[in-house]
Every structure is written in C-alpha cells, then in structure tokens.
Design a protein around this ligand. Sequence first.
Ligand code: G3P
Ligand code: CA
Length: 253
Amino acid sequence: MTQGNRAPFVVAHRGSSAARPEHTLAAYELALTEGADGVECDVRLTRDGHLVCVHDRTVDRTSDATGLVSELTLDELREMNFGTADAPSGVLALSDLIGLVLDWRSRPTKLFIETKHPVRYGALVENKVLAELQRFGIATPASADHSRAVVMSFAATAVWRIRRAAPLLPTVLLGESSRFLGGSAATTVGATAVGPSVKTLREHPELVDKAAAAGRATYCWTVDDPDDVKLCADLGVSWIATNHPARTKALLA
Ligand code: G3P
Ligand code: CA
C-alpha cells in the first residue's frame, strides 16, 4: 500500500452505497462496474457462526425485519430483504463477496474487510475472516499474493491478532483520535496503514506524513465531499473510502 505521487485508490464504502442499498450484491456489482479499486464491507457473526456483511448490531435499519445479527441464523438472514421492494436482496455472506471480488476478471480489486466484533467473541471473528480468505487461497502461508484483501478494525487487539496469524496480510488500524492514530498503537500492533475519518484528517493533515515516515499508508473514510477528495489527493492519502465511487473516480481522473 505505498503511494508515491499517484492519485488515491478509490474504495466503495459498503459497495456503491449512495446508489444501491448498502452491503448488497447490487451495491458491490455496481461499484465494480464503476471502476472502484477496492470495496469495503463490515462483517458480523451470525448465531450459527457465519460471517455476514452487515454494519449495525441489528438488521433493523437495513432490512425489512428486526433483530440482532448475533441471534439470527444465516438461513433466517437470507429470508430477509436487505434490498428494495423492487429489487429484493438477501443478506450477503462474506464468502459471497470474496467470490464476487475474485471472479471480477476485468481488474484486480481489493477487498477491505472491517471486523465488527463484540468483546465476547474474542479472536473468533478474526480467525473466521482468515479462514474464509484462506479457503479462497488468500493469506495462506504459501500464497504468493496477499494483496487482494485488507483487514481493518477500530480495535487494536483485532489488528494485532491478524498480524500475528497472517503477517503478510495488509491491515488498517481505524480511529477517530489523532493521538491514537499518531501515537504508538499502530507500531505496537504492526498495522500497515492507519485509517482516520475524514473529519480527523481535516483537523490533523499531518497524520499522513507521520504515517508515511513510519512506512505506513493512510486510508481515509468516508470521503464524499469533492473538497475532501481533493484534500486527500493533495495530502497523498493512499486509499479513500466513499459512498460515491463513480463520481470520486471521475474527480481524480
Ligand atoms: O471504512 C471504515 C469505515 O467504514 C468505518 O466506519 O461506521 O462506516 O464502519 P463505519
Ligand atoms: Ca465499515
């Protein structure tokens, strides 16, 4: 994830989520069609141990049903509608999304996986993410290419667990505090990039150079305002996550 003088890579946040319902197949297919360099997803564990792409603890905001993801099975989640009335869509399992990204033959695209994990799961979510990636041939000890996936978390312990289990897999330590991201945490856990919010970056643009001096890239989220896209480009941010990948690609062209 080095940057040099090139424009930031564009990551579709929850897919092309300004145009399609977030975390749906339609949102990710559109993002890939629009030329996104990467796609972002949040993962949570179902009651029966599957990883699904859902941001919130509950399905209330993003589906036609209610309930905690952790108390629902994958089959139950598949019955719910995460799309629209006109274009229904079941929940997306992480394995569905990995398959889609790897099958997208026109361009190699990166998958940015953010683990959302209650403390009670311990290392379970990270271990399952790694197992899924390894099932698809990514991040195995023998794999020559660890570049198709990046694992991210606001939890330093989660990043540390990933680095320990898969030392070559890129990671992003997310945060909103400049003291946290500019301090020693990223070095301690071995994160290959830091991930400030765009608000944090506006207030602390020095974070980019500070990360670069330590050999780390910067991933900024969620960059929808054209002025912020320009700021990120001027600062040398490596990756920007946006809900508007097509517009952002055009701005950076
Ligand atoms: O890409 C990182 C960003 O998604 C973190 O915030 O709440 O949208 O998951 P959130
Ligand atoms: Ca996220």
